[in-house]
Write a protein that binds this ligand. Sequence first.
Ligand code: HEC
Ligand SMILES: [Cu+2]
Length: 325
Amino acid sequence: MWNFPLVPPTAAEEALHISWLYWVITGMAIFFVVAVCAAALVLVVRYRASNENVNRDNPPESDMRLEMTWTLMPLVLALVIFFWAAKLYADIYTPRDDALEIIAIGKQWMWHVQHSNGVRENNELHIPVGRPIKVTVISQDVIHAFSLPAFRVKRDAVPGRYNSMVFTPTKTGKFHLLCTEYCGTKHSEMIGSVYVMEPDDYQKWLESGGKGTDSSSAPMSLEDQGKQIFTQLGCNTCHGAAGAAVRCPPLEGIYEKPIELANGQKVIADAEYMRESILNPAAKIVKGYDNLMPAYQGVASEDQIIKIIAYIKSLKDAKPAEASK
Ligand code: HEC
Ligand SMILES: [Cu+2]
């Protein structure tokens, strides 16, 4: 039952790099503790009051070489560690396009995982081995933290904010998935498993709708579900509707493009911006339009918003219909 060894398995490229950094820092700390203690011990014994065999005349008051050594050496070591760690940090937290995208919603007290073809799972995460995985996390209530010890990565799940991280699993198998931010009574039950699979097995798993058996019940993709929700919530009565009562900006082709706002500011239409535009449209008004969109705060769930954004993203290369201009 006891499956928490001192050091978790090392199952991702990033994990290997972070382990190296970790052990180098630990090794340095051990080296200096031993060196300082040994020096102290030697000096204490050698210069003890009863030892008359040492020369105590004229003790040196300063020694530039000594000063330089113990200033420059730690400085260089600290800078090496800083740049090394900064590089690893940037590798993990810089978004990249070649990664497989997965979204995880934290809520009291479970992880809800969404794959882009529409498969969803709770407290489990199935991913293929050998390719970068980008996990975007958000919380539906309080702050949680999505933690994968075997991959040495974790990210805070913050309400109202999409945070992401990238890692590349190198080993197949079952690993821990934890919440590492105290989030209430059942925080300790907010645990699950990551299953790293061979790419073919993962593909089969996805196509079978996450059941791993051969059935043709592949779910609807995120963007198609988003399109349905777009209609359910009545977004389509304004956006893209021919002869809509309200003049509104087209959503085709806006994803990750700069948008000019009424106050002269420019923003990039990323997921974060879209989420705000849906929940609280008054916060940022598109230039040339009026604040006529209803707020969907309390109406659209995080889950629905993720799907709507997937839908708007799928319109990235589409041309706006004449009617919605
Ligand atoms: C009553 C008509 C109306 C409805 C319904 C409506 N919107 Fe809007 N929407 C607007 C208007 C007007 C704007 C421009 C003013 C602004 O920025 O708030 C806008 C702006 C937006 C923007 C920012 C677009 C940009 O170019 O930056 C997004 C994203 C958006 N709406 C999505 C939605 C979604 C998703 C829904 C459904 C959940 C929806 N809207 C429902 C009228 C509407
Ligand atoms: Cu939690």
